[in-house]
Structures are given as C-alpha cells and as structure tokens.
Design a protein around this ligand. Structure first.
Ligand code: DC
Length: 208
C-alpha cells in the first residue's frame, strides 16, 4: 500500500504524513529532505543552486547529511526549492523514492510530486493545503517557539515565492493529482486536520 501526501510549503503535510505512517505502522519518507540535502550540499561545494551541473553534482551528498538539523532551516528550504527545478536533480532522486514506495508492507511518502510522478499508482493520494496567510502564520509560530524572530510579512513573502517556484517549474510541478483527496486545513487545528485525513484514508481502505 502506497500513500502519497503532497502539498505546498508549510501546509502541515509532513506532520500529517508522519502521524499517518505511525498510525498504520508503515515507514515514512519526507522527500523534501532529499532536495534539502542537495541544496545544502551545493552550498558546501560553494556551487550555484541555479546551475544544473552544480546541482546535479550535489546529488552525491553523503547519507549522514540527511540527519543534519540545518536541513530544516528556511535558508536550506529556499536552496532546495531552487535545485528542485532541475530535471537532472529530479531524475537522480527518483529511484531512491520509488524504491522506498515499493517496499513490501507499504509506505507513506510526502512531497510535491508523489501522487503525480513518483507514485501515480499510489493507493491513496492526499493533497494537504491551506491559505498563504495561514501557512505563514503557522511557520511564524513554529519559529517563535524556536526563538527565531522573523517578521510575519517576510515569512509570507517567502511562502509566496516558494509556491510560485514549486507550482511554476516545468518538470513535475506541484499540483494535486486528479484522483487526490484535497484537504484544506485553513480552518482546522492539527487534531482536526489529522481526523479529516484519517476519515479519507479509512474510507479508501474500506472500499478496497
Ligand atoms: O517539503 P519541503 O519544504 O521540505 O521541500 C523543500 C523543497 O524541495 C520544495 O520547495 C520543493 C522541493 N521538493 C520537490 O520539488 N519535490 C518533492 N517531492 C519534495 C520537495
């Protein structure tokens, strides 16, 4: 059983995917981390994230990099979004994601193109979204908890720029698969969002 969880930046899809995977007892892959590792490796190499050859060379990052907390920073998120537009990078990361999806027993993967490119054959596809303002507000709260002070307006600008790049790129742009369940969590807290997801998943599992 493959479950695809896609959605824009700061939509809460990562938290939902992890919780869903724990609930179902299957492993979860945050595919954004792969792109973040490439973005970080470009910086380590003193390369240019907008240069396809530099970005491709960074796909050889060491596995340990995936555990580096710096990958979670806003700065690395921006680099990830930039390297992710290169088709060579997406191709280089494809097999790893596909192998994870195909493991016996099933898996949950979260990202931008899981339901459309990595696993168009997924048993359940979820597209988690929320308004720009709400996603920026949630990210601002998360940062405030980590004692990082950034004006909300700057975060909102960053969310808009990330959306534009992720939706506008030619190769595997962010979009909901035609057969995805779209869940807009703008008016929901974490618990309500997870309940909404679980309802869709349980409905889909019953129909099988
Ligand atoms: O989900 P995230 O914020 O960690 O992702 C960081 C960037 O990586 C995102 O802006 C675009 C890219 N990405 C992608 O292109 N495809 C994926 N499946 C996951 C992430």
């Amino acid at each position: 059983m493959i479950i695809a969880v896609d959605g824009p930046t700061a939509s809460g899809k990562g938290t939902i995917a992890k919780r869903l995977a724990a609930h179902l007892g299957v492993p979860c892959l945050d595919t954004g981390l792969l792109y973040r590792a490439v973005g970080r490796q470009v910086a380590i190499n003193n390369g240019d994230p907008d240069d396809p050859a530099d970005a491709l060379a960074a796909c050889d990052f060491p596995d340990e990099l995936m555990d580096d907390p710096v990958l979670r920073s806003e700065e690395v998120g921006g680099l990830a979004s930039r390297v992710s537009i290169h088709p060579g990078v997406r191709k280089a990361l494809f097999d790893r994601q596909r192998a994870f999806a195909e493991q016996p027993g099933g898996a949950v993967l979260d990202g931008r193109d899981i339901g459309t490119v990595i696993a168009p054959d997924a048993d359940i596809k979820l597209y988690i979204t929320a308004s720009v303002q709400e996603r920026a507000r949630r990210r601002w709260m998360e940062m405030a908890d980590r004692e990082i002070e950034i004006p909300l307006i700057e975060i909102e600008r960053d969310v808009v720029a990330r959306d534009a790049r992720d939706i506008g790129r030619k190769d595997a742009p962010l979009r909901a698969a035609d057969d995805a369940h779209i869940i807009d969590t703008t008016e929901m807290d974490r618990e309500a969002a997870f309940e909404a997801v679980l309802e869709k998943v349980e409905q889909a599992l019953k129909q099988d």
